[in-house]
Ligand binder design. Structure first.
Ligand code: AMP
Ligand code: ZN
Length: 468
């Protein structure tokens, strides 16, 4: 039985899909004006664990992810510039070039992290007619108004507005925020279609029944999710920052057209926050504030992407996770140990055996309990330590567990390697330390090598060198 937390009800409940076999899943995708940062990637890792858990539970999954290449403004209050336009202008490139480049970079991040790609990618700019049609429907129902700046959704006409975010209705009055667009009736009203600024041509703009301009960010997800997954969806995901505005507005748009509940399960991943050395305070990792780390930076530090995935699994997706290099390094070390155990089992115990039902049971119970991956990992380590089960049974159990963890353990292989000079020096130093019975130093060097992807195994025939 799979139990999942639903942001809409704020409770954990048994997951039941609309269709017995097929789960429809929509995950809000990247805004491709820059590289994804590891905070964004934490959210995609959580969604990947969810998807793998659904597969493990016997479901098929129809997964759609959007690519935002227009309409995501610098401010959530419908003011400020379009992130894509700002990026293209600052780099002196075409928007299409920027979008393609960062989308490709994003896909490479997913591959590095062993995140399964969606069945369907959909780009906002490929769906302008669908978005215009959607706005027309809202207009026919009398839910919109036009001001100088664009076409707006009138949130006062949707009685349930803000329920997902438990927004305080008193806080929704016009004027509550300083950056309110002129003419906007309520702070919560939001742009469906923005007009191009007078006398200025945007890099991207389209004709519409209301005037030249571009679609708002929220209409994009509603129009594409409905087109590809229909008027009722099982699960819709994103990071927690989407609860109060983006997803709240998506619900208002769709449900005021259909009159029915749109999404059965709303699921949100907590933030990755940045712990700064020596500072007691923490801040959210975000692209706009410039304080972010990409997967490339992690790789340049000699830490492999899957070690970051492992790091993320050590926290529940609904808890904030503090990033420090120290914490990531510690996770990387323990991931390297896990790979070493896997390799040892694979090489020395290839005989086929059944997985341990008892340990799989504990592991599965944790995963099914709202994706409690820290508990699931604890079960994994417990199993590896247990001397009462055979190595081949451990190997089989680990393999099944990894179908959810997605750490690619089966691919761990011994490889021929050309050792760089600095690595050779470290290995010699370690040998020397061992000869001198300075085991503390020998272990320290071994850990240093582990971080560089070199695994040393001391055997009766001497030390073996393996590459992760
Ligand atoms: P964006 O590309 O900015 O639209 O964000 C992509 C995804 O990352 C969304 O689901 C966001 O909610 C999520 N996100 C943004 N910042 C963070 C963060 N610091 N930690 C975790 N997820 C985040
Ligand atoms: Zn979205």
């Amino acid at each position: 039985m799979l139990n999942l937390f639903n942001t809409m009800t704020r409770t954990v409940a048994e997951f039941r899909p609309i269709d017995e076999k097929m789960v429809s899943l929509y995950t809000c995708g990247p805004t491709v004006y820059n590289y994804a940062h590891i905070g964004n990637l934490r959210t995609y890792i959580f969604e990947d664990i969810l998807k793998r858990t659904l597969f493990f539970s016997g479901y098929q999954v129809h997964h759609v992810m959007n690519v935002t290449d227009v309409g995501h403004l610098v401010s959530d209050a419908d003011t400020g510039e379009d992130k894509m336009e700002v990026s293209a202008q600052s780099q002196g490139k075409q928007i299409g070039e920027i979008a393609d480049f960062f989308f490709r970079a994003f896909q490479l991040n997913l591959a590095d992290l062993n995140i399964l790609e969606p069945d369907l990618w959909c780009k906002a700019t490929d769906h302008i007619p669908e978005q215009i049609e959607f706005i027309e429907k809202l207009e026919k129902k009398g839910l919109t108004y036009i001001i100088e700046d664009g076409v707006y959704f009138d949130t006062s006409k949707f009685p349930d507005y803000g329920h997902l975010a438990r927004k305080d209705k008193d806080g929704l009055k016009a004027g509550a925020r300083i950056d309110l667009v002129a003419g906007k009736r309520l702070t919560t009203d939001f742009a469906l279609w923005k007009f191009s600024p007078k006398g200025k041509q945007r890099l991207m703009e389209w004709d519409s029944p209301w005037g030249t301009g571009f679609p708002g960010w929220h209409i994009e997800c509603s129009a594409m999710a409905m087109k590809y997954l229909g008027a009722r969806i099982d699960i819709h995901c994103g990071g927690i920052d989407h609860i109060s505005i983006h997803h709240t507005n998506e619900i208002a748009q769709v449900e005021s057209i259909t009159g029915n509940r749109w999404v059965n399960w709303w699921m949100h991943g907590e933030f990755l926050i940045l712990g700064r050395a020596g500072a007691p305070d923490f801040e959210r990792m975000s692209k706009s504030s410039g304080n972010f780390i990409t997967l490339e930076v992690v790789k340049k530090q000699g830490i492999e992407p899957l070690a970051f995935r492992y790091f993320c699994l050590n926290a529940h997706y609904r808890s904030p996770l503090t990033f420090t290099w120290q914490a990531l390094t510690a996770a990387s070390r323990s991931f390297a140990k896990l790979k070493m155990r896997m390799l040892e089992l694979k090489e020395n115990h290839p005989e086929v055996a059944a997985a341990s039902e008892a340990y799989l049971g504990v592991f599965q119970e944790a995963v099914m309990d709202d994706l409690n991956m820290p508990r699931a990992l604890a079960a994994l380590w417990e199993m590896l330590k247990d001397t009462t089960i055979t190595p081949s049974c451990k190997l089989a159990t680990l393999t099944v567990m990894d179908s959810i963890l997605g750490l690619n353990l089966e691919m761990v292989q011994k490889q021929e390697i050309l050792l760089s000079e600095d690595i050779q020096i470290l290995i010699q130093k370690r040998e020397q330390a061992r000869k001198e019975k300075n085991y503390q130093q020998a272990d320290q060097i071994r850990n240093e090598l582990l971080l560089k992807g070199i695994i040393l195994q001391d055997t009766t025939q001497g030390t073996r060198i393996l590459l992760q």
